[in-house]
Write a protein that binds this ligand. Structure first.
Ligand code: RUB
Length: 298
C-alpha cells in the first residue's frame, strides 16, 4: 500500500466514513515514516507534516482525521526516536477506537428493544456497531435505511446488516418520510460536531431529523468524541465539503449547475442525544465533556 493510493481512496470514497478515514490516514502517515526511517530528523518532521497537510485536504469536513493525526504527531519534535514515538502513539490510537467502539455499541444498544424499527441514513460504522450489539443481545428489530445518493453508501449499510441477519428495508432517499414514519428511533453517525452542538453528517440528515421531529421520533447521533472540532471554539466555521458535479450527473447538459454537498449541519434542537464513548449527552454540553476528557484536543 502506498501513501498516494490511500489519499486517492479517501478522495474517491473507496474509504469512507469518518472513523475509517481517520484510521486510513494514520496508516498513510506510518507508510511515510517507514520510508523515511533512516533520514535526518528535520527531514522526517518536514515530510510527515507535509503528508499530514495532504491528508487534511482530502476531506475537509473530517475533524476526526485531524484530531487523530494531531494526536499521532503531537510533541514528536521532542522525541529522540520519531519512528518508535509514532508506533507508541499508533497503539494508543488503536486502543482509543477499540474501547470507544465497544462503549458506543453498549450505550447505543440500550436504546434498542425488540420489535423496534430503526431508521438510518448513509453508512456509519458507529451505527452498525450498535445494531450488531443489539442483535447479539437477542433483540429482534428491523432497520429502514436510505440509499444515499449520489454514491449509495446506504447500500453498504444494507449489505452489512443483511450479512448480520438483521432485517433491513431499503428506500430511495425521497421515500425517507415513509421509511421514518414507521420508525421508533433514528440513529445516524457524525463527521463533525462543533462547539455549539451542531452536528455535521451526510447530506439529508437534517431534513430527515426534521421529519423525525414531526413524528416524535427520537434522533440519536452515534459518534466517537474525537469528531469534535475544537477549532470551532475560536470562531472557525466547520466547512462543508462540496464534491464533483459528475458524481450526481455525468454528462449533464451545459447550463445546468449542480450543487453536490457531501454533508449538512443538523440543528441541536433536532437531536435527542449524542451517544459517544463518554456517555449520552445533549449536544449543547457535548463540547465541554470532550474537552474535559481529552484536554489535548483544544
Ligand atoms: C459518511 C457519513 C457517516 C459519518 C460517520 O459520509 O456521513 O455518517 O462519516 O461514520 P461519507 P462513522 O460516505 O461521505 O464519508 O460512524 O463510520 O465514523
Amino acid at each position: 500500500m502506498h501513501f498516494e493510493s490511500i489519499v486517492k481512496d479517501i478522495q474517491s470514497l473507496k474509504i469512507q466514513g469518518a472513523e475509517n478515514i481517520a484510521k486510513a490516514s494514520v496508516k498513510a502517515i506510518l507508510i511515510v515514516a517507514e520510508k523515511l526511517k533512516n533520514s535526518r530528523k528535520t527531514d522526517m518532521l518536514h515530510y510527515l507534516n507535509h503528508a499530514k497537510q495532504i491528508l487534511f485536504k482530502t476531506r475537509i469536513t473530517e475533524p476526526c482525521m485531524r484530531n487523530t493525526l494531531n494526536y499521532l504527531l503531537k510533541n514528536i519534535e521532542f522525541s529522540d526516536n520519531i519512528y518508535s514515538h509514532l508506533h507508541a502513539r499508533l497503539e494508543a490510537v488503536k486502543k482509543h477506537f477499540e474501547e470507544s467502539n465497544k462503549k458506543i455499541a453498549m450505550f447505543g444498544a440500550k436504546k434498542i428493544s425488540s420489535r423496534m424499527i430503526v431508521f438510518t441514513h448513509c453508512h456509519s460504522s458507529a451505527v452498525i456497531n450498535i445494531l450488531k450489539k443489539a442483535k447479539q443481545e437477542g433483540k429482534r428489530f428491523a432497520v429502514h435505511n436510505t440509499e444515499t445518493r449520489p454514491l449509495f453508501q446506504g447500500r453498504i449499510t444494507a449489505s452489512e446488516l443483511a450479512r448480520e441477519g438483521i432485517p433491513v428495508v431499503h428506500y430511495i432517499d425521497s421515500a425517507a418520510r415513509i421509511a421514518l414514519k414507521k420508525a421508533d428511533i433514528m440513529l445516524i453517525g457524525a463527521d463533525a460536531i462543533n462547539s455549539e452542538g451542531f452536528v455535521f453528517n451526510k447530506i439529508g440528515s437534517e431534513m430527515f431529523a426534521e421529519i423525525a421531529a414531526k413524528y416524535d421520533i427520537p434522533v440519536y447521533v452515534c459518534s466517537d468524541s474525537w469528531k469534535f472540532d475544537a477549532q470551532t471554539l475560536w470562531g472557525f466555521e466547520e466547512r462543508i465539503e462540496k464534491r464533483h458535479e459528475k458524481e450526481v450527473w455525468p454528462g449533464a447538459p451545459k447550463g445546468v449547475r449542480i450543487n453536490n454537498y457531501a454533508f449538512e449541519k443538523i440543528n441541536p434542537s433536532l437531536i435527542t442525544g449524542i451517544i459517544s464513548e463518554l456517555g449520552i449527552y445533549r449536544p449543547e454540553v457535548f463540547a465541554e465533556e470532550v474537552i474535559s476528557a481529552y484536554p489535548w484536543i483544544k
